[in-house]
Write a protein that binds this ligand. Structure first.
Ligand SMILES: NC(=O)C1=CN([C@@H]2O[C@H](COP(=O)(O)OP(=O)(O)OC[C@H]3O[C@@H](n4cnc5c(N)ncnc54)[C@H](O)[C@@H]3O)[C@@H](O)[C@H]2O)C=CC1
Ligand SMILES: CC(C)CC(=O)C(=O)O
Ligand SMILES: [Mg+2]
Length: 370
């Protein structure tokens, strides 16, 4: 299979984790006989420095010519004092809007070998398997006005939380579609309907959509309670659907169920069929340039790409199995090493590549003798 993959490494550890993910994808291409063409684009801080724009037109063009996109992360202290429109994060938000990447799927599944790495008790995290469906192109991150103003004669500030009903409906429908294919078929719709009008409409829409999916159960949960329940009893969740900012915050919290923010992959799905795959973490300036970041979130995002965008289920599974095997062997990056000797970003990826190659060799031998 021939596919074009747009690579947007971005800033900080974004570059490091994308670099090694490309090596893993090359190994997949070699062993499964595919041709992946990689086209690099600038986004975020680097794009500001080189092009004066966090999302240059060339980058949008590269993405639109591709079959799928992999993004690292954007941002860093170098650009923290920039005006809002010249912040790296604006580039990512603008790309999500431009490509209509409205549904961000963030699966939270624990690895058996990492049960001791979570700050939560082992028996609470063992068997956790849920997905957060985060609305990605609306809400507070996109509302206008978003500015400093004078209000009642005083310095003030306004951010706007705006959703069209149709935007709420499509993300909730996506969540129901996902839930209807899962074993437990249960949705927790997270909102703040006790105080926000947007959340009241969110609930109304969720109830309407639920009528079309009688096999799926729906419950509503206030976001403050949901934040607590994720720690108290994470196994209760199957599919969480929520608006942009709540999903952003809850998913970083949920990552600790698996042991590290560096473990959570995501798929940002669009209405057009051109999807983007990205780790949920940021550019981690505190560890950038040290070759110590955990690349697993990005490598697993690439597996999501192979499955979702290219229909390459076996290849996606091979990556997931290789990650599992390497973790089972005890190899961990510093975020998970608990003070023990840690593997570097490159070593971790190298081991995953080797595990992929080994596993595939065994499969080939089995096929030859079957
Ligand atoms: N999707 C994106 O591009 C995102 C960008 N950001 C941006 O990233 C910059 C830094 O933001 P922070 O709040 O520090 O969030 P962050 O997610 O970059 O880092 C939070 C903490 O987690 C650690 N961490 C993150 N990813 C890791 C990995 N793969 N392996 C090991 N440790 C990891 C970091 O070292 C840090 O201590 C900011 O400019 C922010 O706006 C933040 C979140 C998402
Ligand atoms: C630019 C931010 C909204 C990125 C972020 O925190 C995320 O998507 O998780
Ligand atoms: Mg975030």
């Amino acid at each position: 299979m021939k596919k074009r993959i747009a690579l947007l490494p971005g800033d900080g550890i974004g570059k490091e984790v994308v670099d090694v993910t490309v090596e893993v994808l090359k190994t997949v291409a070699e062993h499964f006989h595919h041709q992946f063409q990689f086209d690099y684009g600038l986004i975020g801080g680097d794009a500001i420095d080189q092009k004066g724009n966090p999302l240059p037109e060339e980058t949008i063009a590269i993405c639109k010519q591709a079959d799928a996109i992999i993004l690292g992360a954007v941002g860093g202290p170098k650009w923290d004092q920039n005006p809002m429109e010249l912040r790296p994060e604006r580039g990512l938000l603008a790309l999500r809007k431009e490509l209509d990447l409205f549904a961000n799927l963030r699966p939270i599944t624990t690895f058996d070998s990492l049960l001791d790495s979570s700050p939560l008790k082992k028996e609470y995290v063992n068997g956790v398997d849920f997905v957060i469906v985060r609305e990605l192109t609306g809400g507070l991150y996109f509302g206008k006005p978003s500015e400093r103003i004078t209000y009642e004669g005083q310095e003030a500030v306004v951010d706007t939380l705006l959703y069209k009903r149709s935007e709420i409906e499509r993300i909730i429908e996506s969540a129901f579609e996902i839930a209807s294919k899962r074993r437990r078929k249960h949705i927790t719709s997270v909102d703040k309907a006790n105080v926000l009008e947007s959340s009241r409409v969110w609930r109304e829409v969720a109830e309407e959509v639920a009528k079309r999916y009688p096999e799926v159960t729906l419950e509503h949960m206030l976001v403050d309670n949901a934040a607590m329940q994720l720690i108290r009893s994470p196994k209760q969740f199957d599919v969480i659907v929520t608006e942009n900012m709540f999903g952003d915050i809850l998913s970083d919290e949920a990552s600790m169920i698996t042991g590290s923010l560096g473990m959570l992959a995501s798929a940002s799905l669009s209405s057009t069929g051109l999807h983007l795959y990205e780790p949920i973490h940021g550019s981690a300036p505190d560890i950038a340039g040290k070759n110590i970041a955990n690349p697993v979130a990005t490598i697993l995002s690439a597996a999501m790409m192979l499955r979702q965008s290219f229909g390459l289920e076996e290849e996606a599974k091979a990556i997931e199995k290789a990650v599992d095997n390497v973790l089972n062997s005890g190899t961990r990056t510093a975020d998970l090493a608990q003070g023990n000797k840690a593997a570097s970003t490159k070593q971790m990826a190298e081991e995953i590549k080797n595990a992929l190659a080994d596993d595939h060799a065994i499969l080939n031998i089995m096929e030859a003798y079957s």
